[in-house]
Design a protein. Structure first.
Length: 119
C-alpha cells in the first residue's frame, strides 16, 4: 500500500489537496477526473453515514427489546424473525404474538403491556 496516493477534496470549492503540498489543485468543473473524485468522496460519505445509522438503529432496537421483562436473546430473535421490526412488534396484538411459535401467553402479554402501557 506504500504506492497508494491519498488526496483530500474540500467540499465547497472542490479543491484537491495532496500530502506535503500546501497548495490546492483546482480542476475544471467539467473535468471527468473531478467528477470521478467527487463521486468517490460522496459514495464514501454515503457508506459511512449508512453504516453509522445502521449501528445506531441496532443499538436502539436491541436496548428497547431488552427492557421488556422476561425477554431474552432467543425471544428477541424469534420476534424479529417473525415480525421483522420493533415497529411491527409494537403494533402486534396479543393474538398475533401468541400465534408465534416459541412465544407463550405470558410472554405475549408482557410484550403487549410493555408497548401499550398507560402513561
Amino acid at each position: 500500500y506504500a504506492d497508494v496516493r491519498i488526496v483530500s477534496l474540500a467540499k465547497r470549492a472542490e479543491e484537491i489537496f495532496l500530502p506535503g503540498n500546501s497548495e490546492s489543485v483546482i480542476l475544471a468543473r467539467s473535468s471527468s477526473a473531478l467528477r470521478l473524485i467527487t463521486r468517490i468522496r460522496d459514495e464514501a460519505h454515503r457508506f459511512a453515514i449508512s453504516f453509522h445509522r445502521s449501528r445506531r438503529r441496532k443499538r436502539t432496537l436491541k436496548s428497547e427489546l431488552e427492557e421488556i421483562p422476561g425477554i431474552g436473546e432467543n425471544t428477541k430473535f424469534i420476534l424479529l424473525k417473525e415480525l421483522g421490526s420493533v415497529e411491527s412488534i409494537k403494533d402486534a396484538n396479543i393474538d398475533t404474538l401468541t400465534n408465534i411459535k416459541g412465544i407463550g401467553e405470558k410472554t405475549a402479554l408482557s410484550i403487549y403491556n410493555y408497548f401499550h402501557k398507560e402513561n
